[in-house]
Design a protein around this ligand. Structure first.
Ligand SMILES: *Cc1c(COP(=O)(O)O)cnc(C)c1O
Length: 334
């Protein structure tokens, strides 16, 4: 499938000196280095989605997400670069005023996107169909990208990412037996899982859910895998054994952090120089680290964690709550 080149690839893989007593080698792939405005896992997917958008001759891109969506910000950045108009429909039950926006929402506007705030997913669907009708009536061609670009097109970005990892394994002389990552809408996981089966790599891929249950994500990911199979006209088939989702680390829910997660993120940053985001990679790495510490993953010797980005998700509220864990490092003026 055709794709654009928007991301800085390959992203580096680095060893982390953590958990020396567990007999495991832990590595991190910095997909958060895929760019700045265009950073994180969503660019890899947008390389495919926006190639299709251009092929179809569309002039507008419409997508949606939660208020601090990394996917929406990456879409706005890519559209600005490619000369496409971008409309974002963001859901929030606590809408900020324009002079109080932060993180991704600020970047969305800076990057020229039109932003519509709605209260929930149902309202977003309605808003998108109204906007689509209006644009078509005015002679435009809108291209719709689903949440997280997690469909049969966008997920190809992570088929390509697994190919990249296999290349890096050869250069490094390592064989990763477990790959772990955060799961928010499933497309990243689906792409990795598809390529793993397609190339018969036999790796285990462990997704840490950040919002919905294992049951919901297994169903959603299998649906994306089936659509990918159809699109490729492939004879591959996927079952529940191809999807491994742990939902024990959702904590308080989507974009909500527990103190123990924030304390962990601060500790890892100071120990390794890697800053995780509170919404996705922080939760997932907390889950992976805990499972490894408890000996629940002792079958695996070379574990690769994918840092999927999301630094703009450090909102004022999250920063304020995390700052209490570094109180003793702070020396105020006399
Ligand atoms: C969207 C996102 C994820 C989850 O990826 P999905 O393909 O939606 O499951 C993980 N990390 C970050 C930083 C994200 O923005």
């Amino acid at each position: 499938m055709r794709h654009l080149n928007l991301a800085n690839l390959p992203t580096p893989i680095r060893k982390l000196d953590l958990l020396p007593d567990q007999g495991v080698n832990l590595w991190i792939k910095r997909d958060d280095y895929s760019g700045v405005e265009l950073s994180g896992n969503k660019i890899r997917k947008l390389e495919f989605s926006l190639a299709e958008c251009q092929e179809q001759g569309c002039d507008y891109v419409i997508t949606r997400g939660a208020i601090q969506s990394n996917h929406c910000r990456a879409t706005a950045a890519a559209c600005a670069q490619l000369g496409l108009k971008c409309i974002l429909v963001l859901n929030t039950d606590n809408p900020p005023s324009l002079d109080n926006i932060e993180g991704n929402t600020f970047f969305d506007l800076a990057l020229g996107a039109e932003v519509y705030l709605v209260k929930d997913k149902e309202a977003a669907t309605k808003q998108i169909s109204e906007l689509t009708e209006q644009l078509k009536a005015a002679g435009h061609k809108p291209y719709l990208i689903p949440v997280g670009a997690s469909n049969a097109v966008g997920s190809n970005g992570y088929r390509r990412c697994l190919d990249e990892i296999v290349e890096q394994e050869k250069e490094m002389g390592v064989d990763f037996d477990l790959i772990a990552l955060a799961v928010g809408s499933g497309g990243t996981y689906a792409g990795l899982a598809y390529e793993n089966v397609y190339r018969k790599l036999g790796k285990k891929i462990l997704g840490f859910a950040v919002c919905d249950s294992t049951e919901i994500f297994t169903r959603d990911i299998l649906a994306i895998l089936e659509d990918m199979t159809k699109l490729e006209q492939s004879k591959l088939s996927f079952g529940e054994g191809d999807v491994w989702i742990n939902d024990d680390y959702i904590g308080l829910g989507y974009a909500l952090s527990r103190d123990e997660e924030l304390a962990f993120i601060m500790e890892i940053a100071a120990k390794t120089g890697v800053i995780l985001d509170p919404c996705y990679s922080g939760k997932a790495f907390y889950g992976l680290h805990t499972e490894l510490t408890q000996g629940n993953l002792s079958d695996y010797k070379n574990v690769l964690f994918i840092h999927t980005g999301g630094l703009a998700g450090w909102t004022a509220e999250a920063r304020k709550r995390a700052s209490k864990f570094v109180e003793n490092q702070w020396h105020d003026q006399d």
